[in-house]
Design a protein around this ligand. Structure first.
Ligand code: NOJ
Length: 516
């Protein structure tokens, strides 16, 4: 990692909180900041020391808050700006850092800036969004809003139709209405990003996860313009808030790390083959899949990141199916043995630590659509609404998993065999072994097409650990000359090393410390 990277990232482990669904304290059926404060000790007890919270700013909630209408004010349903500051302070008291979610690419159509830009007469906000020069011209390659006001033009949208794209310019403008990156509107938007960062960082936030970070500059296929833009922002942060962390939703670390992000997520989209692991018809960690393409891609991304930034493979997030939808219970622990032994900062999506299920058949809530099933209320205990809220059941933000055997945090905390206890143990092992730390190195040892196991070496100057993961139902082995010193973790039956071959039993995993 670059020397300028905040030191705290080296030992960080994140817990993602979808604030709507985590803990309600005022019985309105929606989670709030006070609820998160109430559960900070739970997060710490698991072993996480950082939080990423999905957007909590004022919004009409057409996309769960990814449609911001005021970047400087939190949504009243979560509390006040002061409550958020209290959350920062309470988290810090416990050694927990807090990242907010920055949505720089688009606003809500309800944002006052957009309302001004809708006007037919030129004003300060006319060029803050990307408009063609007449309503009959649609922007090629982008969705657009047309005929919604007297302004004669079509406006580019970034995601849903109610999310107009903020204007950061075109990499190489080719139409008269396309502005260069250094035009006034784009530069004002860039300045606004810095203002937003400054506003929240000054209040105690520790950094940002950045939504659709690679999408800002338009017609910028190789990302060169967007990379330059973020480099400028990173420079601003390095000068003014050197401890602030920026993590991108980009999915292409070869670009995002160059852009100055400290870490990038590999996700369910983009070229990373992330889905091959957990979320496809035959996921590798489901016991009958292929990991080779993922590994090939990972190696090239890892090399291109050149240790200047990290790559994160999250357990899931608010946009993906719950891990437990495609990975059977008896293989969940091996999945976590992988997630918690890879380089980069691990991210655990709330509820994943107890194997919370994707709730099938829900009606979409706030733009969730198929994602709604992964956003159901956290299951804390056996009290009303699983301890999430004192509201009536039908007032809950999203219906709970109502199955009689739904997992709960409290029962799992009291059960050494629970997935939560296993994850807690894996986190402790990661923390206690330098070779498993976030920026220690990795070398793949065995990752053959359509074969098991997956084996890789994690190492640093002081030690080497061989990770062997076999979620398949067959015993398997591979040539391996390493000599074992110590087993630091095993699941199922451990692996054996005899100096020429490594053998591992079905549905088993092991971390083996090696002789130097
Ligand atoms: C990615 C976010 O994770 C997702 O939830 C959102 O809908 C889109 N970006 C649009 O902001």
């Amino acid at each position: 990692m670059k020397n300028t990277s905040p030191k705290w990232l080296e030992d960080a482990l994140f817990y993602e909180i979808y604030p709507q669904s985590f803990q309600d304290t005022n019985d309105d059926g929606i989670g709030d900041f006070k609820g998160i404060i109430k559960r900070l000790d739970y997060i710490k007890e698991l072993g996480a020391n950082a939080i990423w919270m999905n957007p909590c700013f004022d919004s009409p909630f057409g996309d769960a808050g990814y449609d911001v209408s005021d970047y400087y004010k939190v949504a009243p349903r979560y509390g006040t700006n002061d409550d958020l500051v209290e959350l920062f302070n309470e988290a810090h008291k416990r050694g927990i850092h807090v990242l907010l979610d920055l949505v720089p690419g688009h606003t809500s159509t309800e944002h006052p800036w957009f309302k001004e830009s809708l006007k037919p007469t030129h004003n300060e906000y006319s060029d803050r969004y990307i408009w063609t020069d007449n309503v009959w011209t649609e922007p090629k390659g982008y969705g657009s809003l047309r005929g919604i006001s007297d302004r004669d033009g079509s406006c580019i949208v970034n995601f849903f139709s109610h999310q107009p794209a903020l204007n950061y310019g075109f990499y190489k403008p080719s139409e008269s209405w396309q502005q260069p990156m250094d035009a006034e509107g784009p530069m004002k938007n860039r300045k606004e990003i810095k203002n937003i960062l400054k506003f929240w960082l000054s209040k105690g936030c520790d950094g940002f996860r950045v939504d659709m970070a690679g999408s800002l500059v338009k017609d910028d296929e190789e990302g060169k313009g967007t990379i330059m833009l973020w480099q400028d922002i990173r420079e601003y942060l390095d000068e003014n808030f050197p401890e602030a962390v920026l993590i991108s939703e980009w999915g292409e670390p070869d670009k995002s790390i160059k852009a100055g992000f400290h870490m990038d997520f590999l996700l369910h989209f983009g070229p990373s083959h992330y889905n091959d692991l957990f979320r496809c018809e035959k996921p590798f960690f489901g016991g009958n899949g292929d990991v080779s393409k993922f590994v090939e891609k990972y190696i090239s991304l890892y090399e291109s990141a050149n240790k200047e930034g990290l790559i994160c493979i999250p357990s899931g997030n608010h946009d993906m199916d719950r891990l437990s939808r495609s990975i059977p219970n008896d293989l969940l622990e091996i999945s976590y043995a992988f997630l918690l032994s890879m380089p980069g900062v691990p991210f655990i999506y709330y509820g994943d630590e107890i194997g919370m299920r994707y709730v099938e058949g829900l009606i979409s809530k706030e733009g969730g659509y198929s994602r709604t099933g992964s956003r159901s209320p956290m299951q804390w205990d056996d009290t009303k609404n699983a301890g999430f809220s004192g509201a009536c059941e039908d007032a809950l933000y999203i219906p709970m998993d109502n199955s009689s055997d739904r997992p709960t945090a409290m029962s799992q905390m009291n059960d050494e065999a629970s997935i939560r206890s296993k994850i807690k143990n894996l986190i402790a092992i990661r923390n206690n072994n330098k070779a498993l730390k976030n920026s220690s190195d990795i070398k793949f040892v065995y990752a053959q097409e359509n074969e098991y196991p997956l084996a890789y070496l994690r190492f640093c100057d002081e030690e080497k650990i061989l990770v062997v993961l076999n979620p398949s139902s067959n015993e398997c082995s591979f040539p391996c000359e390493y000599v074992a010193k110590d087993i630091v973790y095993s699941f199922g039956q451990s692996a054996t090393l005899d100096g020429s071959v490594c053998t591992i039993a079905p549905k088993s995993a092991a971390f083996i410390k090696l002789e130097k």
